[in-house]
Design a protein around this ligand. Structure first.
Ligand code: NAD
Length: 255
């Protein structure tokens, strides 16, 4: 299987290239933007369409601005798309959904096994703990160069809680201004930025008598890159569809 990496000079792109090299996987090449230096030994293609023509699966940790182009390139060449970019708009998501009718797409806001399990726990806790008694709050922290807030993982946790509560259409995230009384049944978000934090997420259920908190901390972005490579290998021979890391790992239901 020939794997390609969009944004191969980025933090995640470089890490994916390293994991492919460690695992002895055939790397077709990558794309990068003007002014970026190619990682050693990686063939650079002019654009996503040329890259997609030369591989079986494209791993994509880039920017929402690239989503529509990458959707066209992957669907146009009938290759699998492993998408980790976060901060997506509704129209980005619509382009992803359309592509998934033609090709296998694995989309995850977080490719770690730990967060995939945490999403399933969030859904179960959402189902078990009445929204009227337990306030759900999600706190995340990342390094200061992260562009989107709340993180894609925080939003996925919120969606998992809302799904568990049977309220999948709940508007997420809630108002950024948290002053005033907490609206009943709301799912709250808070984002911290600074230092070298790769990704820390806590989900808190707070009632008047008890608190339940589950926390995941990624210590190294290798965990995301290794998960994405695993997802790319998993796409081999899969029919078109929109898959999640839960499908790759065989865990629970989609968040
Ligand atoms: P980064 O800034 O280090 O790298 C992004 C790369 O994308 C850059 O090298 C750049 O060349 C490329 N890029 C930017 N705009 C582009 C465009 N319009 N077209 C094509 N390429 C473009 O960022 P990063 O830390 O590697 O994160 C990238 C994305 O992946 C972010 O959205 C981040 O939130 C997400 N992320 C997801 C996971 C996960 O597990 N799903 C984990 C970490 C990061």
């Amino acid at each position: 299987m020939r794997i390609a990496i969009a944004g191969v000079a980025g933090r995640m792109g470089r890490m994916v290239a390293e994991i492919c090299a460690e695992q002895g996987l055939a790397l077709a090449g990558g794309t990068l933007r003007a002014g970026e230096a190619a990682p050693e030994g990686v063939t650079i293609f002019a654009d996503a369409a040329a890259l997609a023509a030369s591989c079986d699966a494209l791993i994509d940790f880039t920017n929402p601005a690239a989503v529509a182009d990458h959707a066209r390139a992957c669907a146009g060449h009938g290759i699998a798309w492993v998408l980790g970019t976060t901060g997506l708009s509704k129209s980005d998501q619509a382009a992803i959904d359309r592509a998934s009718r033609e090709i296998a797409v694995v989309q995850a806001a977080n490719f770690s096994a730990g967060v995939t399990i945490m999403l399933e726990l969030a859904r179960q806790l959402g189902a078990a703990l009445p929204a009227g008694d337990y306030d759900a709050e999600i706190l995340e922290m990342h390094h200061g160069r992260k562009l989107d807030a709340p993180s894609g993982t925080a939003l996925a946790l919120g969606r998992a809680v809302a799904n568990g509560r049977g309220e999948p259409d709940q508007v997420l995230p809630g108002p950024a201004d948290r002053s005033g009384a907490r609206p009943p049944g709301a799912i709250g978000f808070a984002s911290l930025r600074g230092g070298q934090v790769v990704g820390r997420h806590s989900l808190l259920f707070a009632s008047e008598a008890e608190h339940i908190t589950i926390t995941h901390e990624a210590l190294d972005r290798r965990v995301f890159a290794a998960g994405a490579v695993r997802a790319a290998l998993w796409t081999q021979g899969r029919p078109p569809g929109l898959y999640g890391m839960n499908d790759v790992l065989g865990i629970g239901r989609p968040a």
